[in-house]
Design a protein around this ligand. Structure first.
Ligand code: ADP
Ligand code: MG
Length: 624
């Protein structure tokens, strides 16, 4: 247990520059908001994106970005790419991806993945941190000053653990991670869609190894992902392989040498294929020249039409996924206001045509597809540090958050529709004398009784010093950060003991689920109130009876026998009533017992404690 307070680190002022970073599977890009607009910061050689690769040279130097990519192409086995596929995952979950990163991986005792580069090993977060450090360095050289903070993007489908791992990578790189935002959201911001009223936008992102498509609903600066889909093994690299195989066949036919079968030639033919693919995005034909060693070479011309014939079947998979995502969002292309293309591979004319066809509209122009994500992140960083104005991505809590109090009553701590980030705390106490522990049960929902809401997590705060009920002060703090992650802290205000828990469940539910839960709460309003009042009445009476019984034992000699008998009888009736469903009689019995027990000091009424900032559920962990 630590006595750290949950929220003090947040809300600090951004001191150095804040940038936006697209931490891509294949390539990363950094941009900054300055003089009223976001611009990409090129590296020392003027290149605007940086391969997300890390390698170790034979001399033992660490190489990041282009140098690492080059080392890899020259056959280095001590290199890693596509580490984003492993972020925040267990090895068993990414077995097929582990083979794509290009070096051995294993699982550590803490279940994190270990990436082995020669004698050194890294977690995916540490590798990503190296890449982020390189992006930070590019930004600092380009801007001539220190960069301390960043907005980093992740795919919309990334879960809590994957976002958390990305955040950790930023921290390891010494960056204050201002916010983790969704890549499609960043792209929409880059196209200025946060300022153009309410819109529904399709974001089609075809990168090096992954395809993602999202439908966003943008309203008053709030970006909601209506549906997402994709294929984590479909991207520009696959197209390179297809073209490389085609080139290899032609090469075999002409020279008898199969470049795909020779370790040394393989990277060359892949690189040649990628070069031709890129050239064919603007040219109708491209000449490919492949050095085969010993002075021989193979040369051929590929036309755009040929390339299209080769890759059409693979690209058809994107079309099927887009149809599925439209169906999931219950929309047709006609319902959309815009189509945005992102990712280097969307420069391919055939990709653009297919996307335009499936969504029934021409893609929005004006922003570079491989820079859009970083540009959007930079605009967002600018808004957060006050340089850019515009709508912040004010997300709201879809449902209330609270805890279970004694009697199974739900007590809301942050109401639904509250904007995030938000921090709220309430002080609770124990329900029994000498209670040594409280059970903190965190729930989400609109119903009065805890059991009807969605349980998010439970934990205990133990070590409460012996004290009469209601005396210990336990502060429960809910901190929903800007990434929508809920951090809960329970602190014993007397001792400073605290337990901190990060809730792994996502707070963002499917809008239909939210609507259903709100509607059920509305329909059951009366019945819920009745159950709640009843639970509170039972708790009141049970508390009072328990207290009165212990006082009666203590002060029995001070009371006349008739009075003692009356109290004892009333106590028995009261205790029997507690298990009845008759709220009216329970309330009447509480009044009667209270009046009868007036001479027994200390048997005060419990009324008002439950449901008020008063009691944490005490059914578990209560002292005997
Ligand atoms: P990621 O988001 O996965 O990091 P990128 O968006 O940087 O990836 O896309 C990388 C892919 O885009 C690579 O396969 C690359 O060959 C391809 N690409 C980049 N520029 C072009 C172009 N002009 N024409 C076709 N493909 C391109
Ligand atoms: Mg990308």
């Amino acid at each position: 247990m630590s006595s750290r307070r949950g929220s003090s680190a947040r809300g600090s002022q951004v001191r150095g520059r804040a940038v936006g970073i697209d931490l891509g599977t294949t390539n990363s890009c950094v941009a900054v908001y300055q003089r009223g607009r976001a611009v990409v910061i090129p590296d020392e050689e003027g290149r605007r994106t940086t391969p997300s690769a890390l390698a170790r040279s034979p001399q033992g130097a660490w190489l990041v970005g282009w140098k690492a990519r080059l080392a890899r192409e020259e056959g280095s086995t001590c290199s890693v790419i596509s580490v984003k596929r492993l972020m925040g995952r267990r090895l068993a979950e990414v077995a097929s991806d582990a083979g794509r990163v290009g070096c051995p991986v294993s699982e550590r005792p803490d279940l994190n993945i270990s990436i082995h580069l020669g004698s050194a090993s890294f977690t995916p977060q540490e590798v990503s941190a190296r890449i982020l450090l390189r992006m930070k360095e590019i930004a600092e050289k380009g801007l001539g000053g220190t960069v301390t903070a960043a907005v980093i993007t992740v795919p919309a489908y990334f879960d809590h653990q994957q976002r958390r791992a990305t955040q950790d990578a930023g921290r390891i790189a010494g960056l204050e991670v201002l916010r983790i935002i969704n890549e499609p959201t960043a792209s929409a911001i880059a196209y200025g869609m946060d300022r153009t009223g309410d819109r529904k936008v399709a974001v089609f992102d075809l990168g090096g190894g992954t395809f993602d498509v999202s439908i966003l609903d943008i309203r008053n600066g709030v970006f909601e992902v209506l549906a997402t889909g994709g294929d984590t093994h479909l991207g520009g690299d696959d197209l390179d392989w297809i073209l490389a195989s085609h080139l290899a066949k032609a090469c075999v036919a002409e020279t008898g040498i199969d470049p795909l079968a020779e370790a040394e030639l393989l990277p060359r033919v892949i690189r040649a294929a990628e070069g031709a693919k890129i050239e064919l995005s603007t040219a109708e034909a491209a000449t490919v020249r492949l050095l085969l060693g010993r002075g021989s070479a193979f040369e051929t011309v590929v036309t755009r039409r040929e390339l299209e014939g080769l890759i059409r079947a693979t690209l058809a998979r994107t079309v099927a996924i887009c149809h599925q995502v439209l169906a999931d969002a219950r929309l047709t292309g006609r319902d959309l206001d815009d189509l945005v293309l992102v990712g280097g591979a969307t420069r391919i004319p055939l990709v653009r045509r297919l996307a335009a066809e499936v969504f029934g509209r021409e893609p929005r122009g004006g922003v570079d597809p491989d820079e859009a994500v970083a540009i959007g992140a930079a605009i967002h960083a600018g808004m957060l540090s006050g340089e850019a104005d515009g709508a912040l991505l004010l997300d709201v809590l879809p449902l209330s958050l609270g805890v279970e109090t004694v009697g199974g009553v739900f007590r809301s701590i942050i109401p639904r529709n509250n904007k995030i980030p938000v921090i709220r705390g309430e002080v609770f106490s124990t329900a029994q004398d000498n209670q040594a522990a409280v059970n903190v049960h965190v729930l989400q929902g609109e119903r009065d009784m805890a059991q009807d809401n969605r349980s998010l997590c439970q934990f205990q705060l133990t070590g409460i010093e012996p004290a009469p009920r209601t005396v210990p002060k336990i502060e429960v703090t809910f901190d929903v950060d800007a990434d929508g992650i809920l951090h809960v802290a329970a602190e014993n205000l007397h001792t400073g003991d605290a337990v901190h828990v990060d809730v792994n469940e996502s707070l963002a539910l499917d809008p239909e689920e939210v609507e259903r839960m709100v509607e059920t709460a509305r329909e059951n309003w009366e019945e819920d109130k009745r159950r709640r009042d009843h639970a509170i009445a039972v708790t009141d009476l049970a508390c009072l009876a328990a207290r009165a019984r212990s006082r009666l034992a203590l002060h029995r000699d001070a009371l006349p026998a008739s009075k003692r008998l009356a109290i004892a009888e009333a106590l028995e009736r009261a205790e029997a009533l507690c298990s009845s469903g008759d709220t009216e009689r329970i309330l009447a019995s509480t009044d009667q017992l209270y009046t009868l027990c007036a001479p027994l000091r200390g048997a005060e009424r419990c009324e008002g404690m439950v449901g008020e900032p008063g009691l944490v559920d005490t059914r578990e962990g209560a002292a005997p």
